[in-house]
Design a protein around this ligand. Structure first.
Ligand code: ATP
Length: 471
């Protein structure tokens, strides 16, 4: 077996795409006549391609063009031939003249499940952390893999991570999903895509939930059709390769030039690590437990901000106590959340405007609620992708009512509690009142139109609490 890793062949301005480069390498290996990639290569024989792997690396990496994708082709082709095929596709098709595009090709001989520990660890860290080009070069020297980098060689990081990813994420026992990508005829690229919307929505319903994130039903958006220029007509994602293929077959559209089925880590939450709030760092993505400190605020642009604290830095303080003895005490004392930590124990979370209706879920949170928040930490804030309600406050402080006349009591002065002026009854302070919460325990997520490639849709299951999926 041979593993061919490729990355960074695309450019924002000119709209190439690394999935397409990998597809062309796979075609070139499968079809000695060049497949859809032009001229035949004398003396080449057809090789088998077991799978094409689409790996989403750390979404926080600043150099990414869009979704930080790296690709690996698993083939039985001879490593030298595979290397030549990948080099010629990348050198011929990639935008190597664009100084933001720095392609890399890495070829390993052997089964993708047998790459060394160091290559698997490199791949795992590429999804959750940051590497330097030096790290990739050192590992290439150690493994002796064939490699070529263009530009500043940054693409070698992703290409190497793609080589190690199959083993890093469990091989055949791993949590893999699928994407069926349909590519456009070259002459049509750059023109508006002709995809029949109704056929997409009908097909999405037919194959849900085996295929997910095809459309956003509330926003009325066909999320499987990209907006940016490039060779992709649409990409259908799901858990079942037959379902994504069948769904694509039901879509009415302009003619399709070629298709490829990718095995991916999309929709797996592979980027998240568990941590406590004081441990979080920039440029990484987390799953953290916290207590809501204040009511969420909507700021300019419609972004919703939420102040979260480490549970160990919060105390629940009764709003009146035993030294108030002697005063009538209707009901139990309400609780106030008191923050006892320092700056490192707080984390601002944000649901940005494009997360649409998800913001209403966040707005419904109240001080004292306990949640688990997931997302990437950027510029000091956690960009919410999903959250789980662990414990909801079902009461809130309220002004007491007079037990005799039923009217609201008035303040009896600073720290004097409340009094009914008419009846003379008193109460030591605020009382608790039940509140209706428009939120239940369990997981809430951003809608499909705002989903990050690597974020796990709730409909996939595997969560530790009930789920409230968006579709
Ligand atoms: P597209 O989604 O259109 O395929 P992209 O978002 O995948 O584009 P790339 O052009 O591949 O973006 O650029 C990402 C660059 O960042 C690549 O050079 C890749 O090697 C590098 N990179 C990826 N992950 C890491 C990481 N964890 N640390 C450092 N560099 C990384």
């Amino acid at each position: 077996m041979t593993v061919v890793g490729i990355d960074d062949t695309d450019s924002r301005e000119r709209g190439m795409c690394t999935t397409y480069a990998a597809h062309r390498v796979a075609e070139r290996l499968r079809s000695p006549d060049g497949g859809d990639d032009g001229p035949s290569v004398a003396g080449e024989v057809a090789a088998g391609v077991d799978r094409v792997l689409l790996v989403r690396l750390n979404p926080a990496v600043e150099h990414k063009t869009r979704g930080n994708a790296a690709l690996a082709v698993h083939t039985d082709a001879d490593p030298d031939r595979a290397f030549e095929a990948a080099r010629s596709v990348v050198a011929g098709g990639a935008r190597t003249g664009d100084d933001r595009t720095n392609p890399g090709v890495v070829v390993a001989s052997g089964d993708p499940s047998d790459v060394p520990d160091t290559a698997a660890t490199f791949a795992r860290e590429a999804v959750r952390d940051h590497h330097r080009i030096d790290d990739a070069e050192a590992l290439l020297a150690e493994t002796g893999y064939r490699a070529e980098g263009w530009g500043n060689g940054r693409g070698l990081i992703g290409a190497l991570a793609a080589v190690g990813a199959w083993r890093a994420f469990g091989g055949t026992d791993g949590d893999w999903t699928y994407e069926h990508i349909a590519y456009r005829i070259p002459d049509r690229r750059g023109t508006p895509r002709e995809v029949d919307r109704d056929s997409v929505f009908a097909a999405a319903d037919r194959h849900y939930p085996a295929a997910w994130d095809t459309v956003d039903r509330v926003e009325g958006e066909a999320v499987c059709v990209p907006h940016t220029p490039g060779p992709i007509l649409y990409g259908i994602r799901g858990d079942d390769p037959d379902a994504v293929r069948a769904l694509a077959g039901d879509v009415e559209s302009e003619p399709v030039a070629a298709t490829e089925l990718f095995v991916t880590n999309q929709g797996t939450d592979a980027h998240l690590r568990d941590a406590r709030i004081p441990e979080v760092a920039e440029g990484r993505a987390y799953r953290v437990d916290g207590v809501v400190l204040a009511s969420p605020k909507t700021r300019e642009g419609g972004h919703v901000f939420l102040d979260l604290a480490d549970p160990e830095a919060v105390e629940s303080v009764p709003m009146w106590g035993s030294d108030d003895a002697g005063i009538a005490s209707p009901g139990e004392a309400p609780i106030r959340v008191e923050f006892t930590g320092d700056e490192a124990d707080r984390l601002q979370c944000v649901a940005f405007e494009p997360t649409k209706r998800f913001r209403n879920r966040v707005r419904t949170l109240r001080p004292g609620d306990r949640i688990t928040a997931c997302g990437e930490v950027d510029d000091g804030s956690l960009k919410l992708e999903k959250f789980a309600v662990r414990d909801l406050r079902t009461t809130e402080p309220a002004t007491p009512e007079c037990p005799d006349c039923g009217r609201s009591m008035g303040s009896a002065g600073a720290d004097q509690g409340y009094r009914c002026r008419d009846c003379g009854t008193s109460a030591p302070g605020k009382v608790t009142e039940p509140v209706d919460r428009d939120l239940a325990e369990g997981w809430y997520e951003v809608p499909p139109c705002a989903r990050r490639h690597v974020a796990r849709p709730l409909v996939r299951g595997g969560f530790d609490a009930p789920t409230h999926p968006e579709w």
